[in-house]
Every structure is written in structure tokens, then in C-alpha cells.
Ligand binder design. Sequence first.
Ligand code: PLP
Length: 362
Amino acid sequence: MNRVYNFGAGPAMLPTSVMEQARDEMLNWQGIGVSVVEISHRSKEFEVLLTETDELMRELAGLPEDFEILYMHGSAQMQFAAVPLNLLDLNPAHKAAYLETGNFAQLARKEASRFGNISIAASSEETGFDRIPAFDPASLDPDTSYVHLTSNNTIFGTRWHQFPDTGKIPLVADMTSELMSRKLNFEQFGLIFAGLQKNLGPSGMATVLVRKELLGHAMSQTPALLNYVTYQKNHSMPNTINTFAIYIMNLMLKWLRDQGGVAAIEQLNAKKAGLLYDIIDNNDFYIGSAHKDHRSHMNVTFNLADSTLDKKFLDEALVRGLYALKGHRLVGGIRASIYNAMPMEGCQELADFMKDFAKQNG
Ligand SMILES: *Cc1c(COP(=O)(O)O)cnc(C)c1O
């Protein structure tokens, strides 16, 4: 089987065992004689799958009962509109504060600006988004409806190691590139959303974990399919849900449980990232892009000191079965995305290659 180590940022690699199970069950799911993509989302079997997925999610995330789990169309960026439409009306001032730590944070802020009074509470744009900016929640207007941040900055390779305490003002987090990769204290959050395609499954859908008390305040112009209450009332099936995405997510959650859950994978993720950051730090050949104190455990970004070698690096990596290491088009350089599904061996293989390449070309 010609599987490579896939370092792509997303849609990202899924564990081989998950892909194999999906393959084996593709034509005949649960002995029904049809595929999971060929059955009604209203069927008993699918309803059971969806409920089981909720339970797995709640158990593995450690999600308290006062949070609702929703599955919505449109992946992460649809939430850039859904969040303001559902939450801005929490306060008549229609204010929201955005913490600008990268491209996705910026896109979210721009989308929200269509609907209310949006401000930038802190930004690291001046330093090329190489860090998480200092932010004092005391600087927020008390009539702010919510604060938005991107917990892991997929393109720039930074993350919030600690989350700001915004007190009574709900904290909203785009966790597309790290949900279920680290333990969370849900007390700190009002709403968390994530596109599935990095740690949870295929593209096209998002999961939204939202405090029940925040629901029911959508602005009057909110389209039905962007209104969280529509999903809450219909077990996320006001219309036809992406049945295949739920199925793969269900397999991914079971796989995560088999790995020991979030706490265990968080430790493994730290080791995987550490292996690569060690090489970057101990070799003048490589230059890390992110400030050391704010480094992501999911996306390791770096440059070659001599960027004319980038192409050679990528070509030779591919020959060794190390795929999709090219940095995002906005920043260039190299990016190794090492989500939950990337095994330690893949990171070890990349670390060995980086050492060899530096020796031969340094
Ligand atoms: C990948 C990613 C997105 C992408 O949004 P889609 O709508 O799912 O394409 C958004 N936010 C973050 C933090 C991401 O990593």
C-alpha cells in the first residue's frame, strides 16, 4: 500500500484504520446492504449513529451538560457569519471584539463587520502574526456581546497556550485546527466551533459547541440554516445532514478513544511537535517562524535559512514519502501539519530527513 506521511494542513490525513473501516463498510453498512451514504438521514440506524456521535463527543471532550453540540453545513468559515448573527444581539450595542492572530481571525472579523460594531482588541499583524499578542480583557467595553479568537493559527503556526479570562463576556473560539487535540476547560468559553477536516473528518461541516444560555438571541434577519436554534430543535437535521461526514467523525472519535482520549493524545502531540522544534532550534539551517512561547503543536512552520533550497527540500522530502510540506501560499516556507492522526513515526521520519538534508546542504 503506497500511503505516505501526509503533512497537509487540511483536509488532512486520517488514521489508516479509520480509512480501512470506511472502505470495508462502504457497500454494506451495518449489514443493511447499502452504504451509509445511501440511507436516509431520518432512518433509525442513522439517528442512532448521530446520537452515539454526540455521546462520544461529549465524553471525550469532557463537555458539560450546559453546552449543546450542533453539526452545521459550511465548515468553519460559515461560522464567521453564524457567530455574529446569533450572538451580536446579546447586547443592544451590537459590539464584538476580535483578537487578530492570523488570516482566519481576520476573515472572521471582516465577515462579522457586516452585522455590527466590530473592533480589533489586539493584533499581532505588525510582527507578521508570528506570536499571540498581549491582551488585557479589562480593556473590553462591558457592553461587548462576545470576544472572538482563533485558538490555533494554522497558517502561522501559533496557538493560545492559555486563554484570556473574559469574565461575563462570552469567549468564542475557532478551534478548527485543534479541537480534540488538547484538553479544554469549558468554563472559559461561550462557544467553540471547528470545521471537521483537520482532526475530525472530511471537509464541508462544522461542529459547534455552544452554551445553551447563549441560544435564542439571533438577529431577526438570520437565515434559518444559520440560526443555531434551528439545529438545536432538530438534532442538527433541519434539512439533510452530511451523513458521510458524521459517519467518519464517529469513526474518528472512536479511534481517539482507542488512543486513550484527549489527555493522552495531547501529550503525544507535544512530543511530536517537540521533536521537530528541537531540530529547528539546534540547527542554523532552519529558522522557526513562530515566537517560541506561542508555538503550535498542530502546525510547525519554519523557513530554510537559504530559501532557494525550498524546492529541493520539498522534492527530496516527497521521495522519502513525506508529502505536502509546502507552507501556505500567504507565507511560503515549510509547514508540517501534525494533527492527531499523524503518528510519532511520521514526525520521526521528517526529523531524520531534516537532519540529513541540513547535513548535505549546509
Ligand atoms: C482550516 C481552517 C479554517 C478553514 O475554514 P473552512 O471554512 O473549513 O475552509 C478556518 N479556521 C481555521 C483556524 C482553520 O485552521
